[in-house]
Design a protein around this ligand. Structure first.
Ligand code: MRU
Length: 364
């Protein structure tokens, strides 16, 4: 157990970037120290940190290290770094979005030929701010999401979630799990059904760990139990995160999300996603263009280090699926909630909306 809440999954400690090792959780709470962009690349690739917004903010730290360590810093070298680092994981657009943001934010200083140590200090400062901003936007998302739920339900609800979208998947608080936290603060949670989320068990290991620490009632289920619980009338709503949303509202999320959306529609249960607008990729028209990560099948043929299939067995490990927008009841963001007609015009409008004119659950 951590001694204090809230905990953060990644933070700057002087010139070292520290992360919680998410492969060790929940049995061991361990920090990993990253001292270079390569260290951060590795913790992302090995899934020691994961979750779209967290991968994004961690990339800002990697960018700072890269400026410090690349020798002569030129715009071409920086562009090369951005291209190669963005290959750490392909589906979450946040990684690309933050790297591009850092490149733009630092372009003047880079062009001015400032020293690597000064560039590092400036980039580190921006990185710290991005971590803080992510927590703030998640809080807003939580409030808007809870406001929206209040328009749908006037009782405590049982809500089902998939994978981990909490403090561990972001810089803090979470997206879909942030909405659940806000609902709990308003005494609106009866039960959180936590999909175990094969094969990495982000639900059973990480979401359950987060809920446990805050005393939020939860029950872990196998992924294949979800549809049956809906049939039994024990699920009021489903909420998941997103790794990349196309401008028509189709979105990629952890494998299993599509099946949940289909089952929710069949049982007439609201199915929603919560995401920062950074996760919307307005350069692509539909979910067909989202790159889907395929990981090594060995990850699903063993569990806890033991083989669970014949040693010669083939496996297929697709990391994400795409939920079509027409299965989605609402998109919850830090700029407001979109529901009913979800289409490209309205998603793009939401993306560009200025935070000062964010209008909560108003469905304009
Ligand atoms: O493979 P992961 O664990 O990085 O997948 C994470 C998810 O699919 C999350 O639902 C998504 O990143 C949203 S996190 C706020």
């Amino acid at each position: 157990m951590l001694s204090s809440l809230p905990f953060y999954p990644a933070w700057w400690s002087d010139n070292c970037y520290k992360v919680l090792d998410q492969l060790a959780l929940p049995s061991v709470v361990r920090e990993i120290e990253c001292h270079s962009a390569d260290d951060i690349f590795l913790v992302i690739q090995k899934m020691e940190i994961r979750g779209a917004p967290l991968i994004g903010v961690a990339a800002s730290a990697a960018f700072a290290f890269a400026l410090r360590d690349m020798g002569t810093v030129t715009p071409d070298r920086v562009a090369e770094f951005v291209l190669s680092f963005s290959k750490a994981r392909p589906t979450a657009v946040n990684l690309y979005a933050v790297l591009n943001y850092m490149e733009n934010a630092m372009s003047g200083d880079i062009a001015a030929g400032q020293s690597p140590s000064l560039l590092f200090a400036k980039a580190q400062d921006i990185s710290v701010k991005l971590h803080r901003a992510d927590r703030e936007r998640n809080r807003k998302m939580g409030e808007y999401g809870a406001d929206y739920f209040s328009t749908l339900f006037d009782k405590k609800i049982s809500i089902l979630t998939h994978c981990n979208t909490g403090s561990l998947a972001t810089a803090g608080y979470g997206t879909a799990l942030g909405v659940i936290r806000s609902l709990f603060e308003r005494d609106m949670i009866e039960m959180v059904w936590v999909d175990e989320t094969r094969p990495y068990l982000q639900g059973a290991r990480l979401t359950a760990w987060e809920l446990e620490q805050e005393g939020i009632p939860y029950t872990i289920i196998t992924d294949s139990t979800a549809a049956w619980l809906m049939k039994l009338g024990r699920v009021d709503a489903v909420i998941v995160g997103a790794d990349r949303m196309a401008k028509n509202g189709d979105f990629a999320n952890k494998i299993g999300s599509y099946g949940l959306a289909v089952a929710a529609q069949w049982h007439k249960i609201p199915f929603m996603t919560a995401l920062p607008v950074e996760t919307i990729d307005i350069s692509i028209d539909s979910g067909e263009s989202i790159p889907i990560e395929q990981r090594d099948s060995s990850e699903l043929l063993s569990c806890g280090g033991s083989l669970i299939a014949p040693s010669q067995a083939e496996g297929l490990h697709i990391g994400f699926d795409v939920v079509p927008a027409n299965l989605l009841s609402a998109i919850i963001t830090e700029k407001g909630v979109l529901y009913e007609q979800i289409n490209a015009e309205r998603v793009v409008d939401l993306y560009h909306r200025s935070p000062s004119t964010a209008d909560g659950v108003h469905n304009k």
